[in-house]
Design a protein around this ligand. Structure first.
Ligand code: FAD
Ligand code: MLT
Ligand code: ZN
Length: 482
């Protein structure tokens, strides 16, 4: 390591304290938790993992890195819970990147019941935020399988979706203010929590979904809603994707704003949960190509929710959209059904390395998209296994590809990932969709984006990046190359 890097590390230790700068100089240090991504697609090597305890420390770290960038070649990778699906939060192999992990900044700062907002530091784990809201009688409605470890800063960085977007929107829709450390190490306090503010460009929304490439989110003011009086969950077998879409239409009509979640799960995807998580029995999947998980929430009463839900399920049966179904009779049963859904990505990871997609398509075109793209993939790569599931209510499918049974998954990905991505993304474009609805661009899609984003839009993105981070200090090589 050259001397400027030593000086940089010394400076970082002075800012955050010796124990909070982890490096490979310590032969006992195991940095895998910060250097390896959740999907095991990439293991980089950091110059250091730095764990600040306050916004001021984040600002000092950024200022020092900016000052020493030309001497050391350092850049910064903001990291929360490291659950990124697109290799967005781990360092590259250069040994020059500082992973700036925000997990020590995990305080709930305040809950303003009158304004229906909760303000938290960026490293606050999503589940802790949900629990803090619930203790005061509120719901924080962002919900996803990684909620036990992902952070609100990471959720904002990726504009995460999850399973309640149908009713409450993405993370962006739930955010009323941010505190940000800029790429120059200045602190912007935009935590006002205002519902209306038309004083020029919307800076908050620029940082949301920017995947750590424009600055570091250090705190956020998030919207709350009162806890509903009742939540009901049902699991339905549906005979085809066309029927799943028809059932969604019926659900909107019958439940109105009460429709909270509408998830679809393919038979093979569910078989992976049955195989790898036998403690989590999967209902109905053996005799149907698709199952749907529906949730209604109701501010009136459980009886009201139940009668609406029963009306929907009866209409679904009458119209042939549902062939069989179960309604959870208790909170425990509802949790067990959601657990199956949330186990899908974990079961898929246990099955082996895979190619993931988080595409969106206009909902009405999803059945035709799936039929056409399944056929193209089956022809190009006989034997591949489709692990399809996702947020049908949002038109967002996890249209995932697993290697053929018995084939070495790493070799399959090496030889075929590019072909699979091209086939899927071309089809997505043909059907008027987006190549990323949830997980973002990260490293995995950065070279694909220019093929699917209009050049004018891409150039505006580059101009924003150049304006806010002219020296490419923040998460370089992710989202957009400049
Ligand atoms: P990280 O993985 O640490 O970072 C993600 C990105 O945000 C990186 O680009 C990083 O640089 C940036 N970032 C992190 N913190 C900050 C910050 N404070 N300021 C600026 N940038 C920052 N995503 C969905 O949208 N919907 C789902 O349903 C969903 N389910 C998931 C289920 C599982 C089992 C897993 C492993 C992941 C899932 N994800 C889902 C993907 C993932 O995006 C989310 O888990 C989450 O939003 C990432 O939060 P994190 O704290 O782990 O962020
Ligand atoms: C989900 O919906 O479970 C996630 O986005 C994770 C995945 O795509 O595997
Ligand atoms: Zn998802």
């Amino acid at each position: 390591m050259s001397d400027p890097s030593h000086a940089l590390l010394d400076g970082l230790r002075r800012i955050v304290g010796q124990p909070h700068v982890l490096t490979h100089d310590d032969p006992d240090a195991d940095l895998a938790a910060w250097e390896q991504d959740w999907r095991k697609r990439s293991r980089g090597q950091a110059l250091a993992v730095v764990r600040p305890a306050s916004t001021d420390e984040v600002a000092q770290v950024v200022r020092l890195c900016a000052e020493m960038q030309s001497a050391t070649g350092v850049s910064i990778v903001p990291q929360g819970g490291n659950t990124s699906m697109v290799v967005g939060a781990v360092p590259d192999a250069s040994g020059r990147q500082v992973v700036l992990n925000l997990q020590r900044m995990n305080r709930i700062e305040s809950l303003d019941a009158g304004n229906l907002t909760l303000t938290a530091q960026a490293g606050c784990v999503l589940q802790n935020l949900q629990e803090a809201a619930a203790r005061d009688g509120f719901l924080f409605p962002l919900s996803l399988a990684a909620e036990g470890s992902c952070t609100i800063g990471g959720n904002l960085g990726t504009n995460a979706g999850g399973t309640q977007v149908v009713r409450y929107g993405n993370t962006r829709d739930l955010c009323l203010g941010l505190e940000v450390v800029t790429a120059q190490g200045e602190i912007w306090n935009g935590l006002g929590g205002l519902r209306k503010d038309n004083t020029g460009y919307d800076l908050r929304n620029l940082f949301i979904g920017s995947e750590g490439t424009l600055g570091i989110i250090t705190a956020a003011a998030m919207k709350l809603v009162p806890l509903p009086a009742a939540q009901l969950t049902a699991w339905a077998a549906v005979p085809s994707m066309e029927h799943a879409v028809a059932l969604l239409g019926l659900a909107h009509k019958t439940l109105g704003a009460g429709l909270t979640g509408f998830e679809v799960m393919g038979q093979f995807a569910l078989s992976l949960v049955a195989r790898h998580m036998p403690q989590s029995p999967v209902p109905l999947y053996e005799t149907t190509p698709w199952c749907v998980l529906l949730e209604v929430s109701d501010h009136e009463s459980e009886e009201h929710a139940r009668s609406q839900f029963e009306r929907l399920l009866e209409a679904g049966m009458e119209q042939g959209c549902i062939t069989d179904g179960v309604v959870a009779e208790s909170i425990a049963q509802a949790r067990a059904l959601w657990q199956i859904r949330e186990n899908l990505p974990i079961a898929q990871a246990i099955e082996g390395l895979n190619i993931k997609h988080d595409i969106s398509i206009p909902i009405s075109r999803i059945p035709a998209f799936v039929a056409a793209t399944d056929a193209l993939l089956a022809q190009a790569l006989p034997g591949i296994r489709m692990v399809d599931f996702g947020h049908l209510g949002d038109g967002n499918l996890h249209y995932n590809v697993q290697a053929p049974e018995g084939v070495d998954a790493a070799a399959f990905l090496r030889d075929n990932e590019a072909t699979v991505n091209t086939l899927v993304f071309e089809s997505v474009a043909k059907f008027g969709g987006s190549i990323s609805a949830e997980h973002g661009i990260g490293s995995l899609k950065v070279d694909k984006l220019p093929g699917y984003k209009p050049p004018v839009a891409l150039e505006m993105m580059r101009a924003i990046k150049r304006a806010l981070d002219p020296h490419n200090l923040m998460n370089p090589g992710r989202v957009v190359r400049i």
